[in-house]
Ligand binder design. Structure first.
Ligand code: ADP
Ligand code: ASP
Ligand code: MG
Length: 403
């Protein structure tokens, strides 16, 4: 049994839907049971969000989910009817019909469980199940969506629930590269990548895979094959272990441009201040990323942190209110920032990697505003207009274009 996921570009036009359907038909003819998960056509999701904002600048989350889930709801029946026209029995299913149960967090719901009875029944009848990705329902049957890029997560979660042999992610590039191939022309396609490395890359902006899809893949041991929907070539396998010779200190570079920073100036250097500032953000569902607090001087300190630029307005409002209660001097904020990260399990315990990264950026005249690290990642915040250059510089510095 195979779960195949087709992304937005891959189903962007009627001709592409026919091409995708031919590929599904071919897989069925080779004797496999196929569950296809599909995204909204092209930039449909962006267009629906823009449409919502044009009638209400701050669309209520529930109604926005009711709206944007329709992108996927359109693609699934188109693929199913295309398959039927080719003589391949197929039935489209919404998230609800496919049994995708989620939390109630609109626009960033998490999959709690999948009840795949209906899909299994279709497969037993020799039919292809074509599932609308990205969407699910709460216990109360409220429609939710899984966050941008969430169709990947629908596919991997279904593969886990169905114990499929593999989850194939068909997209508009040939696999996972050492950096976004649209930015670095000499980026190299990886034959394998570990779940933990892919998760870090995805979490810091490599949008080729939705982070939670990778997380679920690792948790349930689902082999994920990321490949092109435009030709038959093999792509990249996301797996638990990579062959020894594939180990490299830095595996990949990622960038994320939707970043802003907030600085709370002159807060008292005493217990409870950080909690007072970050708790309201957490309650509002706003993720805080890199946090830097300076060593206090004469009882006062500054606190700077980054948030998604799309959350900046809401975050600023909450931080300003909290800053008043802790007696801060003022709150400053700025957008136009980007995150630049290097990732690789081979970096563990390798001295000198950070120094090389910072030196390369310095030599390229790129100023580092903030730094954060994990065991297998180093992230620098830099000016957004310099991030592409930074990606190219680091790709070269760590010799990622070489085999
Ligand atoms: P889909 O609609 O198929 O889900 P996405 O646009 O979500 O496709 O993801 C594919 C895109 O991810 C590619 O077009 C590429 O520009 C981008 N990308 C970013 N980093 C990488 C990387 N390391 N390897 C491959 N693609 C990447
Ligand atoms: N259509 C959704 C988006 O554009 C989900 C997806 O494509 O994975 O984010
Ligand atoms: Mg995607």
């Amino acid at each position: 049994m195979i779960v195949q996921k087709y992304g937005g570009t891959s189903v962007g036009t009627a001709a592409r839907i026919r091409r995708v359907s031919r590929r599904i038909a071919k897989t069925v003819k080779s004797g496999e049971q196929v569950v296809a998960v599909v995204s909204a056509m092209g930039n449909t999701t962006d267009r629906l969000i823009a449409l919502a904002r044009s009638v209400n600048p701050e669309p209520p989350a529930r109604e926005l989910d009711m709206l944007v889930a329709n992108g996927e709801t359109i693609t699934a029946p188109l693929v199913a009817m295309c398959l039927q026209g080719m003589g391949v029995p197929a039935v489209s299913l919404s998230g609800l019909q496919a049994g995708v149960q989620t939390s109630a967090h609109h626009s960033r719901a998490r999959i709690h469980a999948i009840k795949p009875d209906r899909i299994l029944e279709l497969l037993r009848e020799g039919k292809v199940a074509v599932v609308a990705g990205f969407q699910g329902v709460t216990e109360d049957l409220e429609v939710t969506t899984l966050g941008r890029g969430g169709s990947d997560t629908t596919a991997v979660a279904l593969a886990a629930a169905l114990k499929a042999d593999v989850c194939e992610i068909f997209t508009d590039v040939d696999g996972i590269f050492t950096a976004d191939p649209r930015i670095v022309k000499s980026a190299r396609k990886l034959t394998h990548i570990r779940y933990d490395e892919m998760l870090e890359l995805a979490a810091v902006g490599a949008r080729v895979m939705h982070p939670r899809a990778v997380e679920i893949g690792e948790l349930y041991g689902v082999p994920i094959h990321v490949r092109s929907s435009f030709h038959d070539g093999v792509g990249t396998m996301i797996v638990a272990k990579v062959p020894m010779e594939d180990r490299q200190r830095v595996r990949g570079i990622a960038q994320e441009t939707n970043v802003a920073k907030i600085t709370v100036v002159g807060v008292a250097d005493r217990p409870g201040v950080a909690a007072a500032i970050f708790e309201p953000l957490g309650k509002a569902g706003i993720s805080v990323d890199v946090i830097v607090q300076n060593i206090g001087r004469s009882g006062r300190t500054d606190l700077t942190f980054s948030v998604a630029e799309s959350d900046l307005k809401a975050a600023e409002k909450l931080v300003k209110a909290a800053a008043k209660t802790v007696g801060a001097t003022r709150v400053a904020s700025a957008g136009g920032i980007a995150k630049l990260s290097i990732v690789g399990t081979g970096m563990l315990g390798m001295p000198g990697i950070a120094g090389r990264m910072f030196r390369a950026l310095a030599d390229a005249g790129i100023n580092i505003e903030m730094i954060s690290t994990s065991e297998i990642r180093i992230t620098c915040l830099v000016a957004r207009d310099q991030v592409d250059k930074g990606v190219r510089v680091l790709h070269k510095t760590f010799e990622l274009d070489r085999d």
